[in-house]
Design a protein around this ligand. Structure first.
Ligand code: DX5
Ligand code: ZN
Length: 227
């Protein structure tokens, strides 16, 4: 797969999310990344399924919801109903059994499933076992909570390890890089296997959205072409 950029609207103007979704789409974004936080799993409260549902009508791009919430199963139906195309839940709040329930529900409803892992969480055996049924694995390079944090490059070896497993087993699982992604690290991220680049500040912090997205891709693409 080629490289995709998923702007995180959390880094945009929270008073005008419709404008930020449209700005990303017009600027050439491939997906819209939606950071949902409950003030419990993550030390911030953002937006929920109601906001996502309201934004759905303003974009044709796939909605990539990243649920940083303690009880994803409890709210899953509402995020499905909101029109999310991909829903990622955190491994830290799941057991293999709850994840099994989550993935069944997502599959039944035609929603793609993802697992997100915190910077300090190692890849668990049950995640590896279920890797093939995942659309994406979100490897976080900041602690959940806020956009604009510093990229933690210590996650790169973990990303490489996951990429190795995916290739070895010939799976289609996509690695998504999330947190502090910018033009200075996208080459390394792509080299470690990342194919979806979530970018908050690196897109919304820049005056020209299409230029910002283009630059991220231009810097990262040579790493893919090398392979
Ligand atoms: C952090 C979120 C990230 C973040 C990205 O909890 O999951 O998606 O908003 O923003 P930047 O790219 O600014 O780190
Ligand atoms: Zn995110």
């Amino acid at each position: 797969m080629t490289l995709k950029v998923a702007p995180s609207i959390l880094a945009g103007d929270l008073g005008d999310l419709r404008k930020e979704v449209e700005r990303a789409e017009n600027g050439g974004a491939d997906l819209i990344h939606l950071d949902v936080m409950d003030g419990h799993f993550a030390p911030n409260i953002t937006f929920g399924p109601g906001t996502i549902k309201a934004l759905r009508k303003y974009s044709k791009l796939p909605f990539d919801a990243h649920l940083m919430i303690s009880d994803p199963l409890r709210y899953l139906d509402r995020f499905i109903d909101a029109g999310c195309d991909i829903i990622s839940v955190h491994v830290e709040v799941c057991t293999e059994k709850t994840f099994d329930e989550i993935i069944k529900k997502l599959n039944t409803n035609g929603v793609r499933a993802g697992i997100a892992i915190n910077p300090n969480t190692e890849i668990l055996d049950w995640v590896i076992k279920n890797l093939n049924s995942l659309y994406l694995l979100n490897v976080m390079s900041v602690q959940p909570g806020f956009s604009g944090q510093k990229f933690m490059q210590e996650v790169l070896p973990k990303m490489k390890k996951i990429d190795h497993i995916i290739h070895e087993k010939d799976f289609d699982t996509i690695i998504e890089a999330d947190g502090g992604v910018d033009t200075s690290n996208v080459y390394d991220l792509a080299r470690m296997g990342a194919r979806i680049l979530v970018a908050g500040s690196a897109v919304y912090g820049k005056p020209y959205t299409s230029k910002a997205i283009k630059e991220l891709k231009e810097k990262a693409l040579p790493a893919i072409k090398r392979i």
